[in-house]
Unconditional design. Structure first.
Length: 210
């Protein structure tokens, strides 16, 4: 018999709301392909933005240059990263949203978080650490007070956010896209101060699962 989580994941993978009955804006122009990685026992979650075109094609989260950088930040290899019992991946939008007129990715479809996210996170009771990648995930998980001044200021407040008492712990991150290479150069404190904390926390949680 399938678990409630397995049944929910089947629903999500079969969702076509953004294409067939969009709540906001125009319909998705291509066939949806929800991409996520979930297990009820995963202690770590990557809460990101939405799959890009390469991830849409592969069906595997962070199977692109952004994923290479993200795994470096976490201090894990592909084998660990793609073990759903260790690391869950729940983007704000499950499907590639398409491109805007300038050739950049559109924002995540709002339908995903409205329909699915609260239900899905209820089935992830073992989460100890949620890494919030980018502004969309940060606003949904942290609320307006901590995110109203943008991603840079939210990430600067990582200690305050990380040390809050309510589990799971949360850490805000910039997007690991190559487009943010300039941001990393302008904010050297991120790799000097925050990356070691992330790697230590991730290593400790993973050691509990081995």
């Amino acid at each position: 018999m399938k678990t409630e989580l397995e049944l929910l994941l089947e629903e999500i993978r079969g969702c076509r709301v953004c294409r067939d009955a969009p709540r906001y804006g125009v319909a998705l122009a291509h066939e949806p392909r929800p991409v996520m990685q979930v297990s009820a026992i995963a202690p770590i979650c990557i809460a990101g933005q939405a799959p890009g075109a390469r991830v849409h094609a592969s069906g595997r989260p962070y199977s692109d240059a952004s994923g290479v950088r993200l795994r470096s930040w976490l201090g894990v290899d592909d084998t660990v990263f793609y073990d759903s019992d260790k690391i869950a991946v729940v983007p704000m939008g499950f499907c590639f949203p398409g491109y805007d007129a300038a050739g950049s990715d559109l924002p995540p479809r709002r339908e995903c978080s409205e329909i699915w996210h609260e239900r899905l996170f209820q089935h992830l009771p073992n989460l100890k650490l949620v890494l919030l990648v980018g502004g969309y995930a940060q606003r949904w998980h942290l609320g307006r007070d901590l995110t109203k001044n943008g991603v840079t200021e939210t990430v600067r407040r990582w200690r305050e956010i990380y040390l809050r008492n309510a589990p799971p712990r949360m850490i805000p991150l910039p997007h690991p896209s190559w487009r943010n290479t300039g941001w990393l150069k302008r904010n050297p404190w991120f790799e000097a101060e925050l990356i070691p904390v992330i790697r230590t926390e991730v290593a400790a949680l993973l050691s509990e699962t081995s």
